[in-house]
Write a protein that binds this ligand. Structure first.
Ligand code: ATR
Length: 283
């Protein structure tokens, strides 16, 4: 659709931003649903963050996605936080509604939606191991608790971070923090093992978050990294007879949930995925 003076403008702010697939994906979604809107990537450095956020109101943007390194610092410039952003302590989606800027976090919820849709089954009652205890792990633990999984074990190199994350969510579900070295003691009972660290992502292609021989046939091995398409963790898990779940779905569904907050319409997930997938294979 051609832009007009009625075109609603959205975007993503981050530093760096030039590799973002969000404009491609979101403009496709607007096109499919014939919504008069456009989505741009804005390179916003830390010093310009306050002005950029004020600019959402000044320019009457519909909302923005927020990415690295602003997901946490942006919170102080917002009017309200949704429950997800309060629990996670980070925002990836700002909705400009009735003159207010409201922060949401759709990363973990998007991840879990992708896990459910792609595995074709509910995750309620499952036993889940989360590898890593950083920002990505936090969003995922939040979303897992929301889906009533039976138990989450966070395994991390630095055990104190895993324990802190577990404590933060202890009122929400059964979450326990352990050191990565102790994985052998708990892995047998796991249904799903999720890598939330950047180990395996370019340029650290030959690294992996755990020893593959510990994985059990039939377990779901899931990696939030999708470049490369098959990480060392997934390759080794496949060799062990695990079912694989890739990280691209997390990106697609975090965008789909943001789109739904902004437009109130169901996101055209199939077309969004297709256009991103095509751009990855042609890179
Ligand atoms: P993000 O917000 O993307 O999750 P982060 O907060 O920096 O990033 O967290 C990165 C995670 O990857 C952490 O769990 C980190 O472990 P530590 O808490 O011990 O630092 C983990 N990680 C990164 N590099 C690692 C490595 N070489 N070996 C093991 N774990 C690593």
């Amino acid at each position: 659709m051609m832009s007009s003076s009625d075109t609603k403008v959205y975007g993503v702010i981050g530093d760096p931003i030039h590799h973002s697939k969000s404009p491609l994906m979101m403009n496709e979604a607007f096109k499919v649903l014939k919504i008069n809107a456009a989505y741009y990537a804005f390179h916003v450095t830390e010093e310009h963050l306050p002005a950029a956020i004020k600019g959402i109101k000044a320019l009457q943007l519909g909302g923005v996605n927020v990415t690295i390194p602003h997901k946490e610092t942006v919170i102080r410039y917002l009017d309200e936080l949704d429950e997800s952003a309060q629990w996670i302590g980070a925002v990836n989606t700002i909705v400009h509604r009735d003159g207010k800027l409201i922060g949401y976090n759709t990363d973990g919820l998007g991840y879990v939606r992708s896990l459910i849709e792609e595995s074709g089954q509910s995750i309620a009652g499952k036993n889940v191991i989360v590898l890593g205890a950083g920002g990505a792990a936090r969003g995922i633990v939040y979303a897992l608790c929301k889906q009533n999984v039976d138990r989450v074990i966070v395994a991390n190199r630095t055990v104190s971070r895993a324990e802190q994350l577990a404590t933060d969510f202890s009122s929400f579900g059964e979450v326990k923090g352990i050191a990565t070295e102790s994985l052998a003691e708990v892995i047998q009972a796991a249904d799903i093992v999720i890598n939330t660290t950047s180990l395996g992502m370019a340029p650290h292609l030959n690294t992996t978050p755990m020893e593959a021989h510990l994985l059990q046939p039939g377990q779901v091995a899931s990696d939030i990294v999708y470049t490369p398409w098959t990480t060392r963790f997934l390759r080794e898990a496949s060799e062990r007879g695990c079912h694989l779940h890739r990280g691209l779905g997390m990106f697609i569904y975090q965008g789909a949930l943001a789109f739904e907050h902004w437009t109130g319409e169901q996101a055209p997930v199939k077309q969004m995925r297709a256009i991103v997938q095509r751009s990855l294979t042609t890179e």
